[in-house]
Design a protein around this ligand. Structure first.
Ligand code: E4P
Length: 219
């Protein structure tokens, strides 16, 4: 399973990229606005930090402007994945950009029917938002299972299931059990993944015993 980080904060991305665990980045207009920085500068900086896909989202809602924005974003760097909303205009833009060889991430997916359309439009990624479904009392992970199963039924569908709106490490484990292709993870959740109290306790005990032995590995 690939790990993307869900942030537009270049300092956080730099730190996480150094771990060697990152395969890509997703941003959205809210995450970019939170940085207070220029959108194009941010995307170009992120693209220089990461080799994998970096999602940059259009802001228009009509096809013509969305397509124009998508082309502009795709021109920023080779690894930009243009992000479009799951609307008819977004799907049309996705089909057009995908035909021209641009990677497209169709975002704000909340149903299996929508995910089928994203795949039909040639999306490189579809982003179902599990946390936001959980928030309204629906099981977000059930949607991931449905989409993975549907896509598996058709060998010609190449769209990757990118699990978005992740809130906790359990979401990632469940997505992996279901065979999702990618998780886009907020930095704080990525850091939570590594933690376990028994790891900390075990390490403290090993180090204390090693100290008592009086030995040193490097001499
Ligand atoms: C996905 O690409 C989105 O940026 C993101 O996962 C949205 O998550 P949220 O529901 O926590 O805002």
């Amino acid at each position: 399973m690939k790990f993307f980080v869900d942030t537009a904060d270049t300092e956080e991305i730099r730190e996480l990229a150094d771990t060697g665990l990152l395969d890509g980045v997703t941003t959205n207009p809210s995450l970019v606005a939170k940085t207070g920085r220029d959108f194009f500068t941010v995307i170009q900086e992120i693209c220089s930090l990461i080799d994998g896909p970096v999602s940059a989202e259009v802001a228009a809602t009509d096809f013509k402007t969305m397509l124009e924005e998508g082309k502009k974003l795709a021109g920023l760097a080779d690894n930009v994945a243009v992000k479009v909303p799951l609307t008819m205009a977004g799907l049309k833009t996705c089909a057009e950009l995908s035909r021209a060889g641009t990677q497209v991430n169709v975002t704000l997916c909340f149903s299996a029917a929508q995910a089928i359309l994203a795949a039909k439009a040639g999306a490189a990624f579809v982003s179902p938002f599990v946390g936001r479904l959980d928030d309204i009392g629906q099981a977000g992970m059930d949607l991931i299972g449905d989409i993975v199963q549907i896509y598996d039924n058709y060998a010609d569908l190449k769209t990757e299931v990118l699990v978005a709106s992740i809130r906790n490490p359990t979401h990632i484990v469940e997505a992996a059990l279901l065979g999702a292709d990618v998780c886009t993870i907020p930095p704080q959740v990525l850091k939570q993944l590594v933690s376990h109290p028994l790891t900390d306790k075990g390490l403290a005990a090993f180090l204390a015993d090693w100290e008592k032995s009086g030995q040193s590995i490097l001499g």
